[in-house]
Write a protein that binds this ligand. Sequence first.
Ligand SMILES: [Zn+2]
Length: 476
Amino acid sequence: MDSIKKTTLEVVERDPSHQTLVRGGRLVTEEGIVFGDLLLGEGLILALGPDLSQEAQGAEIIEAKGSFVIPGAIDVHTHMELQQSPEHRSCDDFFQGSVAAALGGTTTLIDHIGFGPAGCPLHYAIDRYREKGKKAAVDYAFHGVLQHVNESILNELREIIQTEGIPSFKAYSTYAYPLSDHDLFQALRVMKEAKGLLTMHCENDAVTNLLKKEALARGNTEPIWQARTRPAACEKESISRLIDLSALSGGAPIYIVHTSTQEGVAAIQAGRARGIPVAMETCPQYLLLQEGAYTEHGPLEGLKYLMAPPLRSPADQEALWESLADGTCDTVATDHCPFPLEEKKVGEKNFSLAPGGCAGVQERLPLIYTHGVLPGRISLERMVALLCTNPAKIMGLYPQKGTLAVGSDADLVVLGPGSNRPIRAKEQATTCDYSIYEGWGNRLRIHRVISRGETIVKEGVFLGERGRGRFLKRWL
Ligand SMILES: [Zn+2]
């Protein structure tokens, strides 16, 4: 392991009593691991070096000897307090969800905002989320959402991307507002021209809906039919079509959320081979859980795992791990969207009536470390790329977030391996009463989580504040 070269930020005023020295840790970036000190002040990383004891006289000392220090993790796919239907709202609000995030080493959230009423302007949902987000305990941003497209929406889209610091918008191929090719193509042209990014939920709407209708008519109402009516080819078809539309638009950048299948990964690789700028996200649930979860412990237990896309086959899982290791996958996010078991039970007689989604914002880093890094599936540096650096780069937050560099926000996590403490829902900060990872091994110890220079988590205790999070403007 190399030592690091000293770099410092020239700041106008230096007040050591407000500075913190993170001493002697193994600093992990996507590029490698080095021994070194970090001097934090004014919310920023002021200096990096093999030994900053001279510069840090009078500063508070955080001993990181024997630990790793990584950039604060970024979760670019959450749904806090999402009104999914008139009856169901995801149970973590921006405060509770961000406390869970912080306890799991995540210091930045980018939330996918919910739909507004049919025909509403883009600002409708964004304005409401600006209010909701004010409760957050960690820094946050939003992806806008496209429900329909016309001349005035396209103008608004251009304006928001260029002046409001919200460059990414989500489109859905399914649910209440599936965008037609006509709408997608026009949105992509604006994305290309205005430096935006289209993120998309990709599943063929017509086929999944027909299969669902037929299954229910036959009396196939158990949770496993969520998986059987949303086959892998539906994901692949939708991804491939979006890639073609991007090509037709002149190569607008696109980002595939929660990629869950081997065929989806292959479609993304094929798109890249054609030069299309397509980024790939997957989530821990697709890496760790399989469709057997819908049946193994009976249909009632299976309801817990209802989500779209559904859990997949062991072969899909293998392909996803491979995509993490070989660089195809860019980010691991969570799609955190929890509903209490009582609400999931609405699907007892008809799986399609249950709200879709699960908690995961707190478990992500422990799970990827324990089940990805420790068994050698990916390196620690690769984990940092997937959870911290790539999300920042792709979503327009780099180098403010996502790295350990002089001048970056002082968001970091001091962590290391420990004995196994399995995940228990009752020990998680989410307001959800179960975890799809109940009993899963956790060998990660998060000693400290630091957000803009302040410790917000120490040895499992949340020390942050409601509303301390700042809205982040992003530019691509
Ligand atoms: Zn989602």
